[in-house]
Design a protein around this ligand. Sequence first.
Ligand SMILES: C[S@@+](CC[C@H](N)C(=O)[O-])C[C@H]1O[C@@H](n2cnc3c(N)ncnc32)[C@H](O)[C@@H]1O
Length: 243
Amino acid sequence: MNRGAQRCLLHRQPFIRRVLEFSRMKTFLLNMRFLLGRVYFRYRGIFRAGMTFPTYSEKMQRMIGWSNDRVRHATMALALERIRSESIPGAIAELGVYRGYVSRFLHEQMPERKLYLFDTFDGFRDNADNHFRNTSVEIVKERLRNLDNVEFRIGLFPDTAKGLEHETFSFVLFDADKYDVAMASFAFFYPRLSHGGYFFLHDFNSNESDWGVSKAARDFLRGKPESIVEIPDICGTALFRKI
Ligand SMILES: C[S@@+](CC[C@H](N)C(=O)[O-])C[C@H]1O[C@@H](n2cnc3c(N)ncnc32)[C@H](O)[C@@H]1O
């Protein structure tokens, strides 16, 4: 090699080293990306708020992400969206409202449907059980903000269902814990639930009130064509659809 060629190679060496370093760094970064991708895929249930292709809106997806029980809220959102897509007629009812956390969620998704809110708004009126007393109609109204189509039924169910004998329902959420109230809710809502309508039972798989909700569901649905579907949410919801 003549002197000129040697000088030229020496001159190029730092450049070649840089190219090699860059390609090594690139390989390292690509490997890291691959590894992180695999970790994310394996543990994405921890990071993700919900479904990849939900039927409900982005707004509901965000509300589900911020909720205290994503499985429960996502299940209700899917049900409401199905009611919409299958054009199942009828109002929405929540029996056991407390401070209106779920009422707000239901009304945000379906503001066009009538929403009946049944509660004493004063907790259980039972000397043995004084839970849920720290609420009021005003607290729930403030939480809902949009009060169009909302009707408060204040007092003890089933007395508060009087006057609604001709109403039809597409979605009922029972969240009042007790066996006798659950039986009364079946007696009132079941005949008025549209075909394909949803009946949600909160605390079905829960020892609250001595399994009152699951006992009532078992007693009421005996001999009926509907079957219970259990949901793996925090308080053990179950549901059935009216046939
Ligand atoms: C568990 S809390 C409801 C929680 C609410 N659904 C939520 O997710 O935030 C139970 C509610 O049922 C109400 N309740 C129980 N028995 C009732 C009855 N017979 N009539 C009306 N409300 C009743 C209580 O006042 C209480 O507010």
